[in-house]
Design a protein around this ligand. Structure first.
Ligand SMILES: CC(=O)CC(=O)SCCNC(=O)CCNC(=O)[C@H](O)C(C)(C)COP(=O)(O)OP(=O)(O)OC[C@H]1O[C@@H](n2cnc3c(N)ncnc32)[C@H](O)[C@@H]1OP(=O)(O)O
Ligand SMILES: NC(=O)C1=CN([C@@H]2O[C@H](COP(=O)(O)OP(=O)(O)OC[C@H]3O[C@@H](n4cnc5c(N)ncnc54)[C@H](O)[C@@H]3O)[C@@H](O)[C@H]2O)C=CC1
Length: 259
């Protein structure tokens, strides 16, 4: 059967305990899919999964850990029999200038590396391991076995001041999208990336109030923050449209962030 909707599919969603990932997990389950919710042990992942019933299992996962991701994939195989879709939503942000001349303080190098490690290396870790399981699926009539979807950011293209680490981590996700799609093409696995604008999630709520208000006022239309389910809707669209591959799609109310 060609993949044309979410019903009957098995998804793995990282960062699924909060924000965009949580909205994706909820949409998948609502539409008849089963989901492995991957998030940090300390997250709300267990509660979110419990609320969704038998079609969602929480697997405590740090995306930077090979062992954690392998465990989540084993659960997908043992409990749900397969994996069709892997969605990378886990991510962290930081705001610090390359050099703060007021404080005479350079950007902390460990902080820079941590953002890259979680956002970029973590996403790739999930992809490289998940496609092994997706590749075991019987191909559909189109030769398709499954889909990988990553989360970049509009900050990959118009990162603000203080966003060198975050934008670098998200730009790398943009950069790896096409080569990964090419790597997986022979196996019938697609790879796309979503570059969200400003969505109403706990991550955004952690920005200084001043920055939030200013940013929201710069969104041309709709003149509001995105609803996390509008992100999840794009995930569903990518899954359902077999001709989307190797592409980065902005979902952003046409915002272009200023410095
Ligand atoms: C889309 C996504 O995926 C998520 C996103 O990207 S959401 C958008 C994320 N954007 C951000 O988080 C913005 C991050 N930047 C900041 O929060 C701040 O710039 C910062 C904390 C990194 C630095 O602020 P700071 O500590 O005030 O830096 P400092 O070097 O001391 O400030 C220098 C000057 O720049 C100004 N400034 C700092 N940030 C500013 C900003 N975002 N916009 C305009 N001016 C700013 C300061 O007011 C200060 O001005 P004065 O010298 O005239 O007082
Ligand atoms: N909210 C927004 O406006 C935008 C968000 N994004 C990106 O979307 C993704 C989701 O963001 P939000 O839902 O807003 O954030 P959020 O903070 O609400 O959720 C992120 C989740 O990732 C988890 N996480 C963090 N580090 C992890 C790790 N090492 N292993 C496993 N899980 C980990 C957190 O526990 C949290 O549950 C992030 O990659 C973010 O950079 C991109 C553009 C805009």
């Amino acid at each position: 059967m060609p993949i044309r909707n979410l019903k009957g599919l098995v998804g793995l969603v990282t960062g699924g305990a909060s924000g965009l990932g949580k909205a994706t997990v909820e949409r998948f389950v609502r539409q008849g899919a089963r989901v492995i919710l991957c998030d940090l042990e300390k997250s709300a992942g267990k509660d979110v999964a419990d609320n969704l019933g038998d079609n969602c299992i929480f697997s405590p996962t740090n995306v930077t850990s090979e062992a954690d991701v392998k465990k989540a994939l084993e659960i997908a195989k043992d409990k749900f029999g397969k994996l069709d879709v892997a969605v990378n939503c886990a991510g962290i942000g930081i705001a610090f200038k390359t050099y703060n001349f007021n404080k005479k303080l350079p950007h902390n190098l460990e902080d820079f590396a941590e953002v890259i490690t979680v956002n970029t290396v973590g996403s790739f870790n999930v992809i490289r391991l998940a496609v092994g399981l997706i590749g075991e699926n019987e191909p559909d009539a189109d030769g398709q076995r499954g889909v990988v979807i990553n989360t970049s950011s509009v900050a990959a293209f118009d990162g603000q001041m203080g966003q060198a680490a975050y934008s670098a981590s998200k730009g790398a996700i943009v950069g790896m999208t096409l080569p990964i799609a090419r790597d997986l093409a022979n196996q019938g696995i697609r790879c796309c990336t979503i570059a969200p604008g400003l969505f109403n999630t706990p991550l955004l709520a952690s920005l200084p109030e001043k920055v939030q208000t200013y940013l929201a006022s710069t969104i041309p239309f709709p003149k509001r923050l995105g609803d996390p389910d509008e992100y999840a809707h794009m995930v569903q669209t990518i899954v359902e449209n077999p001709y989307l591959n190797g592409e980065v799609i902005r979902v952003d109310g046409s915002i272009r962030m200023m410095a």
